[in-house]
Ligand binder design. Structure first.
Ligand code: S3P
Length: 441
């Protein structure tokens, strides 16, 4: 499913982005549809399933657990055999680069009557897993993990229901506990101070589970018979943000994005961009499968700049690298605080985005929990050689920053965008009138 791409990409600045885009499926929602379809009683079809490497990792893990999954041109077909239909895998499950895969599947594996090992690539093996291991141990699973990192050896058990407040707001942790809650001996509660993305709750409800959400509290009743569904994954808003940002960097741009996921737990980025001057309009907003979708149109506009802190951080966690890279294109710059979490994503995103922007001549001050990127008065960015350190969102954010720079930028290891948005470069090129060229590695 990954497009063939080359390691190095040269980004020539200039031009504008104009046109209409149909986005590939949302990564977060695709993971959940695949996992829950695998636990349903019957066959589900998922249309517009994300083409990302991360979501393929979820499919591969489920296949190793004995789930029959066919990928056709039109949809992904998943044959579920109920909550107890998974089988032990002889080999370790490989989540690749995907934090969502390892953390959410850990919740499912905790409720099985067999032992599994789940691991991932070097980046994933460095990321903290205590946040998910801890509540699952409280529920009764036995988990072995050296220094609380992958590989995780999860011995499933008869689980106890718990009442859990994750110390860090995290949709992945919330989802892991809710998924384990499907196998528990009573009602499992998760409490959150910041409302993180709620696709797990929506999907569970759509499939017939009893799940109650009141302010700051989610309760899941155990052992539902999950009904298979015909799913259509909304377009990926987090991926679309890079195209929106391209329209904000390049004058005379105007882009329309079709059928984008507009779940309110994901759209704080649009609110923020509008608050700093972006011209963004929504149309044809409707509810489909419990998820809001609609068309997003964006026109180039001048940005004032602003600060992101407190609860906003968790609400736009994946968009912060792009916002930082927009800093040099704003009047007053972009400042980010309370975002220590960025240091434990696919890369240390505070360090990688700061280093990339600095090499392009931006004025950046790094803090332990954020950064300050100076606005236009610090001067125009210049082309540079960028190493995104294998992090898809850093590669895309700096590509967009490069569009308005002076001179060409070379993005090393550009194929890492395939982790979330394999079509990124081709989509961007289609929207541009000035072209970027591929360099053989
Ligand atoms: C995700 C949740 C976020 C986000 C990640 C996807 C999800 O992580 O950064 O890209 O699909 O639940 P956390 O929940 O750990 O903040």
């Amino acid at each position: 499913m990954l497009e063939s791409s080359v390691a190095k990409k040269t980004i020539s600045p200039g031009g504008n982005v104009t046109g209409v885009v149909e986005l590939p499926g949302d990564k977060s929602i695709s993971h959940r549809y695949a996992i829950l379809a695998a636990l349903a009683e019957g066959t589900s079809e998922i249309r517009n399933y994300s083409s990302s490497a991360d979501c393929l990792s979820t499919i591969e893990c489920l296949r190793k657990l004995g789930v029959e999954i066919d990928i056709t041109k039109e949809f992904v077909k998943v044959v579920g055999h109920g909550l107890d239909g998974l089988k032990a895998s002889k080999r370790a499950l490989d989540a690749g680069n995907s934090g969502s895969t390892i953390r959410m599947l850990s919740g499912v594996l905790a409720g099985q009557n067999f032992t599994s090992t789940i691991t991932g690539d070097k980046s994933l093996q460095r990321r903290p897993m205590r946040r998910v291991v801890e509540p699952l141990r409280q529920m009764g699973a036995e988990i072995r993990a050296k220094d609380d990192r992958a590989p995780l050896e999860i011995r499933g058990a008869k689980l106890k229901a718990i009442d859990y407040t994750p110390p860090i707001p995290s949709a992945q942790v919330k989802s892991a506990v809710l998924l384990a809650g499907l196998y528990a001996d009573g009602v499992t509660t998760v409490r959150e101070s910041v409302r993180t993305r709620d696709h797990t709750e929506i999907t569970l409800r759509e499939m017939g589970a009893r799940i109650e959400t009141t302010k700051g509290q989610i309760q899941i009743h155990p052992r539902p018979k999950l009904q298979p569904r015909q799913f259509i994954v909304p377009g990926d808003l987090s991926g679309s943000v890079f195209l929106i940002a391209a329209a904000l960097v390049l004058p005379e741009s105007s882009v329309m994005l079709h059928n984008v996921g507009l779940n309110p737990t994901r759209t704080k980025i649009l609110d923020f961009l509008i608050s700093i001057g972006a011209s963004i309009n929504l149309a044809s907003v409707q509810l489909r499968g419990g998820e809001l979708i609609g068309d997003v149109s964006i026109r180039h506009a001048k940005l004032t700049g602003g600060t992101i802190a407190g609860p906003q951080v968790a609400e736009m966690i994946d968009e912060l690298p792009m916002l930082a890279a927009l800093g040099p294109y704003t009047e007053n710059g972009i400042e980010i605080h309370d975002a220590k979490e960025l240091r434990v994503k696919e890369s240390d995103r505070i360090a990688t985005i700061s280093a990339g922007l600095k090499s392009m001549g931006a004025q950046v001050e790094e803090f332990p929990d954020g950064m300050k990127v100076a606005g236009k008065s610090a001067g125009k960015l210049r082309g540079a050689k960028i190493d995104p350190e294998g992090d898809h969102r850093i590669a895309m954010a700096l590509t967009v920053a490069a569009l308005g720079a002076q001179g060409d930028t070379i993005i090393r290891d550009s194929e890492c965008v395939g982790v979330s948005f394999p079509e990124f470069f081709t989509t961007l090129e289609k929207l541009r009138d000035a072209k970027s060229q591929d360099d053989p590695a």
